[in-house]
Design a protein around this ligand. Structure first.
Ligand SMILES: Cc1cc2nc3c(=O)[nH]c(=O)nc-3n(C[C@H](O)[C@H](O)[C@H](O)COP(=O)(O)OP(=O)(O)OC[C@H]3O[C@@H](n4cnc5c(N)ncnc54)[C@H](O)[C@@H]3O)c2cc1C
Length: 452
């Protein structure tokens, strides 16, 4: 890549060629994808993003947009020497004065900084997950990230009022106008949400916020079967307006987390299944929980831990939120994020281990996830990084149950060759044509969503 003509139209230091710096951007969080490149762009404004993309499309230089690089499907890694365009320098978060409960953010702002600003202004942002300190809003929009609070506030798409982005030709489209209702043809925010950097690079967004709860309560149940967990999910989702999160995990994951982080064993390890529920609302959350059907359930189960103060709530959450890190510390996992229809959940839990064992009898399967949304993260340790038998078997099994092969992490590179398990050939052909409209030179994230 001869970068001199690009450097000439940009301010100094926007293009980095130093391999020592670049090496911090070329591998993904899981360690499964290791790429390389000779150029890293660090734009500071939407106009600079536009200049870079104009130059790239004129010179047929492929690019990989990157936020916090916490993605799970290899979409932010330059596997074939693409230029990385990192949004990390664009981090402004501003409360919008001309509207009620809205923020205007730059794409590189971290989720944690957006959460903090929202709370400071007396509001709450609807997206939360463990990678909050590193994951950016641009990455969350590009993957339509979900996380812990989807059961209450929906996914990233539901928080996105408007978006500004730069197409493959370097044209700035959309904006951060503040209208809650705006039915003027195709909805650009919906289209770009989940597009994984293949249609345009997100530069700014306008986000909606929610009323800030006064109180939060976490309840952790130790259970003997997934069936018990499903019964509880049904009752609490139906009867509690305070429900905020609903997470499931299992004893083998808890063992890993407890050993690695020195956490206390839960109920002497006598349970196989754990359900963590979080409730949030106006004052009196615990009183409301203690009444009606919810109260009866709280009295009925023996192994229950309740966290009301901040320290106790995060202690209970840590058994769930440290799963990703604990599993990665024991090997490079095959990360298979899927959604299962509620009425197929039991079948899934009963058969998933044998589906994996048929591919590799020594494999260890860890299951955890956002059970309230039917979203399970199947993590398999054992098969080699490039042995995809297990990924294929699990995804085919999920598709046979009517589930989705990607719940919230996206398709990326990891699942591109399985897209047909969820989308028809007519749909795939339409999506490719759409990409051609936004990115006629085909420079934006080649190999992501659609196989090369
Ligand atoms: C510990 C841990 C827990 C996690 N938990 C969850 C969870 O609960 N729910 C969930 O949904 N995800 C979760 N993730 C996955 C990940 O954090 C999300 O996918 C997140 O949205 C990625 O954001 P990022 O800024 O790191 O994006 P990156 O990893 O940098 O990029 C992800 C994709 O988005 C594209 N992209 C990035 N920025 C832009 C932009 N400005 N414009 C266009 N395209 C862009 C990239 O090209 C890539 O395809 C977790 C990850 C970790 C490490």
């Amino acid at each position: 890549m001869d970068l001199e003509t690009l450097k000439a139209v940009l301010k100094p230091n926007r293009i980095v060629e130093d391999q020592q710096i670049i090496s911090g951007f070329t591998a993904d969080w899981t360690g499964r994808y290791k790429g390389h490149t000779t150029a890293l762009a660090l734009p500071e404004t939407p106009l600079e993003v536009a200049e870079i993309l104009k130059w790239c499309s004129n010179n047929k230089v492929a690019v990989v947009p990157q936020g916090g690089n916490t993605g799970m499907v290899g979409g932010s890694v330059p596997m074939h020497g693409e230029m990385i365009i990192s949004l990390r320098k664009m981090t402004k978060v501003e409360f919008s004065e001309n509207s009620v409960g809205q923020l205007i953010v730059e794409a590189g702002a971290s989720l944690a900084s957006i959460q903090e600003k929202s709370l400071e202004m007396g509001w709450m942002f609807g997206i939360d997950f463990t990678a909050r300190d590193s994951a950016t809003i641009g990455g969350a929009i590009a993957t339509n990230a979900g996380g812990n609070h989807v059961i209450r506030y929906g996914d990233t798409r539901k928080q996105l009022l408007d978006v500004e982005a730069v197409t493959g030709l370097g044209v700035i489209v959309g904006g951060v106008r503040g209208l809650v209702k705006d039915n003027t043809g195709y909805h650009l925010p919906s289209l770009l949400c989940g597009s994984e950097g293949t249609l345009a690079i997100v530069t700014r967004a306008r986000l909606r916020l929610w009323a800030k709860p006064d109180e939060r309560v976490v309840v952790l149940f130790g259970l003997d079967t997934p069936e018990e967990a499903l019964g509880l999910i049904e009752v609490f989702s139906r009867t509690s307006q305070d429900i905020l999160a609903c997470e499931i995990f299992f004893q083998n994951g808890v063992n890993l987390v407890s050993n690695l982080f020195g956490l206390e064993t839960l109920w002497e390890g006598k349970h196989s299944t754990y359900l963590l529920l979080e409730f949030a609302g106006g004052n009196g959350v615990m009183d409301r929980l203690n009444t009606g059907a919810c109260g009866e359930l709280l009295n009925e189960f023996g192994s229950i831990a309740i966290g009301e103060g901040k320290a106790n709530r995060s202690r209970l959450w840590s058994y769930r939120s440290l799963h990703t890190e604990a599993i990665s510390s024991s090997g490079i996992p095959h990360k298979i994020d899927v959604t299962i229809p509620h009425n197929q959940f039991l079948d899934f839990f009963q058969r998933i281990n044998s589906v994996v064992k048929r591919c590799d009898s020594n494999a260890e399967t860890y299951l955890f996830g956002h059970a309230g949304d039917g979203n399970i993260h199947v993590n398999v340790i054992g098969p080699g990084e490039n042995d995809l038998k297990v990924d294929e078997a699990v995804l085919e099994f999920v598709a046979s149950l009517g589930g989705s092969i990607s719940a919230e992490h996206g398709i990326g590179r990891a699942k591109s060759k399985y897209l047909h398990l969820r989308r028809t050939s007519e749909e795939i052909s339409l999506l490719k044509k759409l990409k051609g409209v936004f990115d006629p030179a085909g420079i934006l994230n080649p190999g992501v969503i659609f196989p090369e």
